[in-house]
Design a binder for this molecule. Structure first.
Ligand SMILES: *Cc1c(COP(=O)(O)O)cnc(C)c1O
Length: 236
């Protein structure tokens, strides 16, 4: 089943997008920040390219995907249409080192650097890709991301790898923690990163349910899915 965007009675995509855009503007005002400094990435995982096209028509240029095969297929499908509209794909999911190089072919940015094997696999002398080191804010090592004490070590590894431009840190707020408190920890981690890499000032944080709190704690890249796209066709 495609997204519920076209179902009778469903709020149209344009209205959901407008509602989120105004929520972002409100949160930016509350934080005393310029909304121009905030990039909204619409997460289209599990949705067909037709939804990406509708969002492009509504002015969206940044898309997030969390599975390599799906992202690669969607990017190829879009490229095949030969449209002259710039689009940026952001890879936000866990990455396998053997697939890492392939992500470079379509992605503008990778938000989920967390393991030496993935960082090393992304090394390149020809091209730069924007990247974020993902923090794991939970105690579960099975979750994506670097444990807080390891941040400096992983950042050094990224800085020592040709072809990666470190933008900053990325995180997902744990379900069992107040998001404001979680994003405060991300802000602190960001300061630690900046002491090693002064240019790496960006923070990728904030999803459908917690983007206000993320903006209040300095997020510069929001990754918003269901609040804009409606429910995902097959979970996730
Ligand atoms: C799916 C996903 C999102 C978006 O989640 P929503 O709650 O639908 O906004 C953001 N970040 C990551 C890493 C995701 O996997």
């Amino acid at each position: 089943m495609p997204s519920d965007a076209g179902r009778p009675g469903a709020v149209p995509l344009a209205e959901r997008l407008a509602a989120v855009r105004s929520g972002i503007a409100d949160a930016a005002a509350e934080a005393g920040r310029d909304p121009a400094g905030i990039t909204t990435i619409v997460v289209t995982k599990f949705h067909p390219l037709s939804l990406v096209r509708q969002l492009m028509d509504l002015g969206v240029a940044d898309f997030g995907e969390n599975r390599h095969q799906e992202a690669q297929a969607k990017a190829a499908e879009l490229a095949a249409l030969g449209l002259d509209i710039p689009v940026r794909w952001h890879f936000i999911g866990q990455l396998q080192s053997k697939k890492a190089k392939q992500v470079r072919a379509y992605a503008t940015a990778i938000h989920s650097l967390d393991r030496d094997s993935v960082i090393d696999a992304l090394a390149s002398d020809d091209a730069l890709i924007d990247s974020f080191v993902q923090l794991n804010l939970t105690d579960d090592p099975g979750r994506g991301g670097v444990a807080e004490p390891d941040i400096e070590r992983v950042v050094q590894r990224v800085l020592g790898t040709a072809g990666l431009r470190l933008l900053g840190v990325m995180a997902v707020a744990p379900v069992d923690e107040d998001p404001r408190a979680a994003f405060e920890r991300v802000r602190e981690a960001s300061l630690r990163v900046r002491s090693l890499a002064p240019e790496a000032t960006f923070i990728s944080a904030g999803m459908s349910g917690d983007y206000r709190e993320a903006i209040l704690e300095g997020a510069t890249h929001l990754r918003i899915g269901s609040a804009i796209t409606g429910n995902r066709p097959t979970g996730g």
